[in-house]
Design a protein around this ligand. Structure first.
Ligand code: FAD
Length: 389
């Protein structure tokens, strides 16, 4: 009999609106046409044509697509999530470019910026003409951003920034860096244009994960900025954490894209591959693996959709986003690894996407709050006890 697609098993498509299905179809077609043919090569080289990619993604309308105004599409959260899913079905690195641009850098400016800052940066960022990055993590402050050392001091009406940020997606190719720094007044956000004297963004090389994504250090040595470089509406760590919630939401959907791509690859491989004179797909052990993965994929999708509907209703909480990020990334990486076994030796090559996805998901498991940190967030919600420190 004709096999059903893993997502059709639970008839999840019927829960989407016409507009959501249209956006998904458009992003999937463009991703398959313009990104998928090149991605293994980019991953192998550890290089992406970032400028060109940003323009392609801007043309597709996915940069800051869930924001209103300033050249952004203003779609609902589920449509944004589905776009992340389709991009991550190609590669988590490409979805990372979009997440950082739209949900971290643009969202920070959109939510906390002055009208001048919004006018200056957002339309060109939505079009992909400008690239943004978001510098929160430091060499010695990752899960605990409150331990950051980067500081901004007043000098007359100027600000002078010093410090180092680490693991910053899009850093070396960014036209503007949103940099979070300690001031006398608590943590504040600053917009640092590329080329500002004292500011550099060397690329981090020798990565084994997210190779189709630019990851950089940001070095700030007496970087002098005018008073209006500060984001006026962000005060304290709730500023950057508010942005992270946006990006995490995209990952709840996105990670399932990587998992779906792995599962589709494994199903098709198992049906074509003959072992012991029969199709690999005909063995019960294989079917058990495929069934378990399809069940988790379906559950993850229902969870993502539920969170999307809550978000659009303005009722989502940080703990709920933690549930989604923890579960969907954890299941996606388990699916990617299990699919790799079905492909045998072929599974270790870049001819197939599965180990590339599995390797990428190692980063996704760590960034935007590690799985341990999300467990602690949920633990705190359940017990009222804070176990972070
Ligand atoms: P640590 O915080 O040192 O954690 C190490 C381990 O300790 C982890 O397993 C962690 O879960 C665990 N741990 C931490 N606290 C506790 C605790 N209380 N109890 C038990 N276990 C604990 N950051 C940005 O600001 N911008 C970016 O654009 C960005 N892009 C990234 C891209 C990539 C490819 C990667 C890998 C990272 C990126 N990051 C970015 C950084 C990322 O957010 C951090 O790596 C992450 O927050 C974890 O910090 P850390 O690596 O310093 O690990």
């Amino acid at each position: 009999s004709t096999p059903v697609h893993p997502f059709d098993l639970l008839a999840i498509d019927g829960l989407l609106t016409e507009e959501e299905r249209d956006i998904r179809r458009t992003v999937r077609a463009a991703a398959d046409r313009e990104l998928r043919p090149h991605v293994a090569g980019w991953f192998e080289k550890g290089e992406i044509p970032a400028r060109e990619l940003a323009r392609t993604l801007g043309g597709l309308g996915v940069l800051g697509m869930h924001l209103e105004g300033y050249g952004c599409a203003g779609t609902g959260s589920v449509a944004y999530g589905l776009a992340c899913l389709e991009l991550e079905a190609v590669d988590s690195g490409l979805r990372s470019l979009v997440s950082v641009q739209g949900s971290l850098a643009m969202y920070a400016i959109w939510k906390y910026g002055s009208e001048e800052q919004k006018q200056r940066w957002l339309p060109k960022m939505a079009a992909g003409e400008y690239i943004g990055c978001f510098g929160l993590t430091e060499p010695d402050a990752g899960s605990d951003p409150g331990a950051m050392r980067t500081n901004a001091k007043r000098d007359g009406s100027d600000w002078v920034l010093n410090g180092t940020k680490m693991w910053i997606t899009n850093g070396s190719v960014a036209d503007v860096a949103v940099v979070w720094a300690r001031t006398e007044d608590g943590v504040r956000g600053f917009l640092v244009p590329a080329g500002t004297p004292g500011f550099s963004a060397p690329e981090i090389t020798m990565k084994l994960s997210l190779r189709a994504s630019v990851t950089s250090e940001l070095v700030l040595e007496d970087v002098r900025l005018p008073a209006d470089a500060m984001l006026p509406e962000a005060r304290g760590l709730s500023g950057p954490l508010g942005c992270l919630n946006e990006a995490r939401f995209g990952i709840v959907f996105g990670a399932l894209g990587a998992a779906r791509d792995c599962l589709e690859t494994a199903i098709s491989y198992a049906r074509d591959r003959t072992v012991f004179a029969r199709s690999l797909a005909s063995y019960q052990l294989t079917q058990q693996k495929l069934a378990d993965m399809a069940v988790e994929l379906g559950k993850g999708m229902l969870l993502a959709l539920h969170l999307g509907r809550l978000k659009d209703a303005g009722r989502i909480t940080a703990e709920q986003i933690s549930v989604g990020k923890l579960n969907n990334v954890r299941e996606a990486i388990a699916i990617a690894r299990e699919c790799r076994t079905i492909l045998g030796a072929n599974g270790i090559t870049l001819e197939y996407p599965v180990l590339r996805h599995a390797n990428n998901l190692e980063s996704v498991l760590t960034y935007e709050g590690t799985s341990e940190v999300h467990s602690l967030v949920i633990g705190k919600a359940l017990t009222g006890e804070q176990a972070f420190r």
